[in-house]
Write a protein that binds this ligand. Sequence first.
Ligand code: SDX
Length: 375
Amino acid sequence: MSLSEAKKKVGGLAGVIAGSSAICTCGLGNGLNYYGYSIQDLAKMAEFEEVAYLLQFGELPKENELKEYKEKICANRNLSENLKAVLRAIPKNVHPMNLMQSAVAALGALEAEKEDFSDQDEKIIRLLGILPSVLCYWHHYSNFGKEIDFNSDEKTIAGYFLEKLQLSKPKEDFIKAMHCSLILYAEHEFNASTFTARVCASTRSDIFSAVAAAIGALRGPLHGGANEAAMHLIESFSSVEEAIKGVNKKLENKELLMGFGHRVYGVGGDPRNELIKEWSKKLGGDTLLYKVSEAIENLMKEKRPSLPPNADFYSASAYHFMGIKTDYFTPIFIMSRVSGWCAHIKEQRANNKIIRPSSEYTGPEPRNFVNIKER
Ligand code: SDX
């Protein structure tokens, strides 16, 4: 078998069941569910903190449990002086995904998890609380030399992040849209970054190493980075007509349209798309950006129905309408998916076996060593 045939055969483990998990179902024809709750119900009726609790503990919280959980997350927003020193050393032209990964790796050094993982739940809450502070502290320091504080009356991650990023009270609609986006991005079965986290956790590594590894996987434009790439695609057109022409050309040239296609969702589409599209329309439905987005979506529906819009396509315009700069889109994905990654890290630890698949050998037959003088 040739190398290219072998590569085609393995094809990114497409269709391979690489383990079992009780956390999420997606692409099996029964939609997207977190521990049995549909994404539609969660996105419309829950706060992100309820979903983060569900992913961390396997059940939706009661009122008092949610109150206590939110208080614990709020109490974990502060950055230590050492961590601030690390963030101040990272210049503003660094890609924010590398900033976020550096901060999580630094947390593994400065606030290490216990060797027996007995404090894993505290570390998960620490990550949920601190990640918005990391991005906002670095944003204001690296751009304006200003050190922000972490006090806020906002009791949720959605509101706190928007407030600290823009240093102003966020609109209620923006907070609601952010809750929806954080819920949609929270968990998605064995996607590339989650599987990365599980592989790392399976060696009995610490939670910060596993999350830092997952951030590395999410950074790529074929995965989490697609929301930023989709924004660049959409804003590159100055009219609906230009967008239709441009996308047709890209399709002819076999270029990837960012924000479209998915490994597990076929023609039925990504159930998250409609939910975030609703918010994009509510926040900016009368703008050219939204109209160009819809034109691209309709063109793809007609020309490439097997490539439906995924969660990233309308997340781009929704975030833009909330005043968030494009290269902060994927870091928001981290703030949400950290709950899914940690759910899988806990699950892997609870019934662990090191993840080590085999490869199909396509290299040369055994041969004798040739001394360098005879080569
Ligand atoms: C996320 O896995 C998850 O669950 C991820 C995620 C999550 O919540 O964790 O849902 C988040 O990562 C969503 C996906 C974001 N990425 C993008 O939007 C980037 C653009 N999409 C493509 O790169 C692609 O669709 C993938 C990576 C999403 C899926 O790739 P697959 O399943 O490996 O499909 P493929 O690359 O084998 O494509 C099959 C064919 C190819 O053409 P041929 O070589 O067979 O001729 O479809 C084409 C591809 O070229 N194709 C596209 C396309 N996606 C696939 N052509 C144009 N535009 C696209 N977006």
